[in-house]
Design a binder for this molecule. Structure first.
Ligand SMILES: [Zn+2]
Length: 156
């Protein structure tokens, strides 16, 4: 059949299923004139089963497409620099590493914002991931407190 090799396996399966459903409809037409209730019942069950298979194949096909997209995306997105950001080829804006690694979503991080005492950070607008590109300096008031350990992560 020409062009057949261009088709996705899922498309071929759906075509075959549609053929089977067509044959089934013909069988049901013949069965109309039959008084055999069980035959009609069985034909009906076969149709339900085939429709279920068709749904499953469509779902698998969608999953497949999604994976294909992610794979393509991974080839074009690289981990770069000291902050652990991902960048798209030819693009200088960092992507949120959490969104990208967890959900395969390409979410640009917003520009740096000043935070705390001389700190600089970016915060993802989608997942709230926060990355300090420069830690805020420890506050003198805080540094004399007994819970120093809790904030020691903010020193440089
Ligand atoms: Zn994010």
């Amino acid at each position: 059949m020409p062009g057949m090799t261009d088709q996705l396996p899922a498309t071929l399966i759906v075509n075959t299923l549609n053929g089977a459903l067509g044959l089934l409809n013909q069988a049901r037409e013949f069965a109309k004139h039959s008084k055999d209730i069980e035959l009609k019942q069985k034909l009906s069950e076969i149709q339900d089963a085939l429709m279920e298979v068709k749904d499953e194949v469509n779902k698998l096909s969608d999953d497949n497409e999604e994976l294909r997209k992610r794979l393509l995306q991974k080839e074009n997105v690289k981990l770069k620099g000291e902050f652990g950001y991902f960048y798209k080829d030819g693009d200088d804006s960092p992507l949120c590493p959490k969104c990208f690694q967890k959900d395969g979503k390409e979410v640009f991080l917003p520009p740096l914002e000043e935070w705390g005492n001389d700190g600089l950070r970016r915060k993802c607008t989608v997942c709230d991931y926060v990355k300090f590109e420069r830690r805020p300096k420890a506050d003198k008031v805080l540094s004399s407190r007994s819970d120093w350990q809790d904030i020691s992560g903010y020193t440089r």
